[in-house]
Design a protein around this ligand. Sequence first.
Ligand SMILES: N[C@@H](CCC(=O)N[C@@H](CS)C(=O)NCC(=O)O)C(=O)O
Length: 224
Amino acid sequence: MITLHHLENSRSQRFLWLLEELGVDYEIKHYKRDAKTSLAPPELLKVHPLGKSPVITDGDITVAESGAIVEYLLGKYDNGRLLPAEGTAERRAYTYWLHYAEGTIMPLMIISLILTRIESAPMPFFIKPIAKGITGKVRANYLGPNMKRNLDFIEATLSKSEWFCGDRMTGADIMMSFPLEAAAMRAGLKDNYPHAAALLKRIHALPAYKTALEKGGPYALLGG
Ligand SMILES: N[C@@H](CCC(=O)N[C@@H](CS)C(=O)NCC(=O)O)C(=O)O
């Protein structure tokens, strides 16, 4: 039996969806974020030394890191639906987007979240303009241009095909759903990136995605 160690309002949500797509038996172990810090509770450290979510256990096997979990689950339980055949252009695209999701776009989302946290943190009034000056420079010189270039790239990809790897959904779309959801909160996705917004809408309409939401309980991303 697979156990998904599921932290509320987190990247782990996409694994509820993936497990539903695969139709395998699984159970969910729920973890709550710390109310003040939003960090994961220490119980997750008993599952994996980094104490993050997602992490799954499958019998005596523990797998952490989203991309590795997708690879593990599709390698073991997919019937050729979500994992493109080896040696194909679709498989190369799948591998690319699988790594891109956590390796390139998510770090930008995290930087954005951290900057927002700094800007809204309680601090003496005379420090605030200094803090905002620094975060503003990071936004203008690094985050803004990089975010735009990446979202433009995603939009250009999705203007050529309905899904990230072509005409059908793959595990790469499940990986990319989380950064798209994060982008939808921050970047005015619907107005500026209609193809990306349309993909997100298609994803949200999928029966397995809806079941995942029902089973996982309330889901809201941390803003910023
Ligand atoms: N690259 C890792 C990131 C894992 C990660 O940072 N997860 C977040 C949830 S979105 C987490 O556990 N945050 C709580 C914490 O850092 O304490 C993955 O994709 O699995």
